[in-house]
Design a protein around this ligand. Structure first.
Ligand code: HEC
Ligand code: HEC
Length: 238
């Protein structure tokens, strides 16, 4: 029994600390094999935000400010082990998406009317997040899920707020803070709004609900493939 346990432990040690650390700290957002999830796919030969080893180490240590990529508290050796593992994940052929980019773009502009709420290259609405580099930020799986089930992956604690002031001005966005007297939101363009509750005519809060409509049933499977291929290709450098 003890002997078996020891054997197992040494096997774990040999599979590499990087893999274990990755499973514990990164897989929740990047997928067990780096295939991506809420975070982008890491199983690709070139990482746009981490093109060389120094950049990769920096990203793992400090995260990417202003994004969903958090920093870590790993020591030097652990950071190197994870970085090595990430590079190993990248030694695969880039996944080829089944959809057609141009058909996807046509659906985006036409049937989906996505530009009503989203901007690409500074053109479009500001209600939803800017999608100019969504292909860098999210994996294909997450993109697909965003379309058919927008509320599935609204981050825990995310509260969508819509407020109307007595003067008739509307502000909607994610709740940043709230107390008895006031509420602070950040709208989809990144602007902060601080509002006194006594000055509001209406205050609506929706927990874990996305304000984006679901496109389940609106698009056929093949159309979803096309849209995902189009979105995954949006990689404008900032
Ligand atoms: C809470 C979710 C989350 C966790 C945990 C997380 N990441 Fe990320 N990561 C993201 C998101 C989101 C991005 C995209 C940021 C952006 O550019 O908007 C990202 C981006 C990256 C990038 C840049 C990818 C590229 O295409 O250039 C690397 C590298 C990375 N993460 C590695 C890691 C590693 C290694 C870990 C574990 C130590 C980790 N991440 C943990 C969410 C996460
Ligand atoms: C009525 C406004 C509205 C329309 C129309 C709309 N969206 Fe959205 N979308 C949003 C909002 C708001 C969010 C942010 C909340 C969330 O993540 O669900 C969002 C989120 C997303 C995300 C996830 C972004 C991320 O950072 O993970 C993607 C991808 C997306 N939309 C693509 C589309 C596409 C493609 C279409 C058209 C087929 C579309 N949206 C139509 C409002 C809209």
């Amino acid at each position: 029994m003890t002997w078996l346990l020891l054997l197992q432990m040494s096997a774990v040690a040999q599979t590499g600390g990087g893999e274990r650390l990755f499973a514990a700290q990164c897989a929740i957002c990047h997928g067990q094999n780096g295939e991506g999830g809420r975070g982008p796919t890491l199983a690709q030969p070139v990482l746009p935000r981490a093109p060389d080893d120094a950049a990769l180490t920096r990203v793992i240590r400090a995260g990417i400010a202003g994004t969903g990529m958090p920093g870590t508290r790993l020591n030097e050796a652990e950071t190197q082990e994870i970085a090595l593992h990430v590079r190993k994940l990248g030694q695969v052929a880039a996944a080829v998406l089944p959809g057609d980019v141009r058909r996807g773009e046509a659906l985006y502009r036409g049937k989906g009317n996505c530009a009503q709420c989203h901007m690409i290259d500074r053109a479009g609405g500001t209600f939803g997040p800017d999608l100019s580099n969504i292909g860098l930020r999210r994996s294909p799986r997450h993109l697909r899920e965003s379309l058919v089930d927008p509320s599935a992956d609204v981050p825990r604690g995310f509260v969508w707020v819509r407020a109307v002031t007595n003067g008739g001005k509307t502000a909607s966005g994610a709740r940043v803070n709230e107390d008895t007297f006031s509420i602070q939101l950040r709208d989809s363009s990144g602007t902060h709004h601080s509002l006194w509750k006594t000055e509001l005519r209406e205050l609506r809060k929706e927990l874990s609900k996305s304000p984006m409509p679901s496109y389940r049933g609106v698009f056929q499977e093949a159309e979803l493939d096309d849209l995902v291929a189009f979105l995954a290709g949006l990689r404008e450098a900032q």
